[in-house]
Design a binder for this molecule. Sequence first.
Ligand SMILES: Nc1nc(=O)c2c([nH]1)NC[C@@H]1CN(c3ccc(C(=O)N[C@@H](CCC(=O)O)C(=O)O)cc3)C=[N+]21
Length: 292
Amino acid sequence: MEILDGKKISNQIKEEITVEVEQMKERGEKVPHLAAVLVGNDGASLTYVGSKVRSCKKIGFESTLIHLPEETTEEDLLKQVHQLNNDPAIDGYIVQLPLPKHIDEEKVLMAVDPDKDVDGFHPTNFGKMALDMETFISATPFGIMELLKRYNVDTEGKHTVVIGRSHIVGRPISILMSQKGKPGNSTVTLAHSRTKNLKELTLQADIVISALGVPKFLKDDMVKDGVTVIDVGITRVADDTKEKGYYITGDVDFESVSKKASFITPVPGGVGPMTIAMLLKNTLLARERHNG
Ligand SMILES: Nc1nc(=O)c2c([nH]1)NC[C@@H]1CN(c3ccc(C(=O)N[C@@H](CCC(=O)O)C(=O)O)cc3)C=[N+]21
């Protein structure tokens, strides 16, 4: 069994980006500038956005955090989005999800300039991704593909079962895994909450990608020997004995499933840190495009 060490690989990627940023500086070019918009005070969102900003500092990017109150109106948020679209100093930005209930997420994501959409959530970028065109690929699926690539996990002709059909993980990763390329060329089954024979499917899977958000959902009796398991679920479980008041767990019952797996991602330290690294990678690509 080999651990797909997202923490380690994400640090490698960040080091690679740091070198590129230094070269940009030497050429007298502007360095990448990432902005993040956060509405409200969701604990997990604060952690992620904080971690993105810290990473920017570490690798030499400029960063801007726009923290708006929970009561921000949709209109005001859209104004902020247009401001970012029109600000030549900003290469790319993200609007952290989830947004408060009174704001129409789709409307906001549609307003983001596709050329600055380093999350790859805009329909233009999602469409390009689905059509094998060069574009910003959403950070989480991009991170999973990069992890498989760097560990040389063989996906060619293998059966991949994706659990979860979200727009930001399940749907795009099902497309990427089926595309031509390495990694890729996989036969994909996209399972979700209405799937009836899930266990039957996962037992056939060479690769299981779980993006469900249900702690310890995937058990060892649901997978075959030698399976590759990618755990995208990150759930905070309240626990007073922990310093932070919670612990983090994935969709996978790691202890039992890892005994059968040939490759497996841990939580924390797997897909999460890769997501941040690939967001930075997309921002670097945005800057390179703007530099021409
Ligand atoms: N516009 C937008 N883009 C996103 O990419 C986006 C988003 N909204 N909303 C929420 C999800 C989730 N997400 C994570 C990023 C890093 C970790 C991460 O670094 N996790 C650490 C643990 C961090 C912790 O302590 O909670 C780990 O798995 O090791 C997790 C999850 C990005 N997302």
